[in-house]
Design a protein around this ligand. Structure first.
Ligand SMILES: NC(=O)c1ccc[n+]([C@@H]2O[C@H](COP(=O)([O-])OP(=O)(O)OC[C@H]3O[C@@H](n4cnc5c(N)ncnc54)[C@H](O)[C@@H]3O)[C@@H](O)[C@H]2O)c1
Length: 245
């Protein structure tokens, strides 16, 4: 498969390694230096684009892929205020868009575990959930996209939480998210349910970026021949599991 890498930073470089190991070819690499000079012809050669750039550049990069009819797998976080616009543009133009706030298979299992635990907790109001996410100091968005997906999972399943906020919230209907930025941490997410007598916590700790890169390359392979809007739940078969539960 021919792949265009849009965003060639920490993730773009990791994705390149995984893609080459899986026998793919990188036909275009875009970063801040050539973002305004690469041509549609260069992008059109690709069977898929994998977009890991910045919160401010993702939207235009995705629209460029739609214009060139190149299926796009997007991992950039922090731009989701525009996702509904992107989805309707994708459907309007007959394109292919895959988005995940986290491409790691382990994190996607963790998303399921999080929802299951939140649903169990409806019967046990003595427990109060709090989320903590820790990332490297270069991360531009806060809370992390993964933290937001986890928070949405809690809100969907736990009746006593209806929204989330960063920092300590005194409102019992708000899920507090504590974001920390430390060293080179690739990504740690913890959800704690505390009661006066004990605490239950679940966590996912990424040891490196390989898991994200592997998931993104697998997604680019998986969308070949597909049209429309796709997610990790579709690829991993969780969508039906969620619908039937
Ligand atoms: N979904 C996931 O699984 C996942 C995992 C890790 C990181 N991320 C997200 O991916 C994004 C990239 O992360 P990173 O660690 O590689 O960041 P990074 O800062 O190392 O790399 C960003 C890259 O984007 C490039 N860039 C800047 N302007 C551009 C433009 N107009 N067009 C194309 N590229 C441009 C920069 O030159 C750089 O190469 C972030 O939003 C991060 O939160 C997502």
């Amino acid at each position: 498969m021919k792949i265009a890498l849009i965003g060639y930073g920490k993730m773009g470089k990791e994705i390149e390694k995984v893609a080459l190991l899986r026998g793919h070819q990188i036909v275009l690499k875009v970063d801040e230096h050539n973002a305004s000079s690469y041509t549609d012809e260069e992008l059109t050669q690709a069977d898929a684009a994998i977009e890991f750039s910045t919160p401010h550049t993702a939207y235009n990069n995705i629209l460029r892929c739609f214009k060139c009819k190149v299926p796009v797998v997007v991992g950039t976080t922090g731009w989701l205020d525009k996702i509904e616009e992107v989805k309707s543009e994708c459907l309007r133009t007959g394109n292919t868009f895959f988005y995940a706030s986290n491409y790691s298979i382990g994190v996607n299992l963790f998303f399921q575990l999080n929802k299951h635990l939140a649903s169990l907790m409806n019967s046990y109001p003595i427990y109060t959930p709090v989320m903590e996410e820790i990332h490297h100091i270069h991360k531009k968005d806060s809370p992390s996209g993964t933290g937001i997906t986890l928070a949405e999972g809690v809100i969907a399943e736990l009746d006593r939480k209806t929204s989330w906020a960063e920092g300590d919230s005194k409102d019992p209907s708000v899920l507090s998210i504590h974001s920390k930025r430390e060293g080179e941490v690739p990504g740690t997410h913890i959800i704690r349910y505390a009661s006066p007598i004990d605490e239950i916590s679940i966590s996912h700790i990424a040891h490196n970026r390989q898991g994200f890169a592997f998931g993104a390359v697998i997604a680019a392979e998986w969308i070949q021949g597909k049209k429309g809007i796709w997610s990790m739940d579709d690829m991993l078969g969780f969508r039906n599991a969620n619908q039937s539960s």
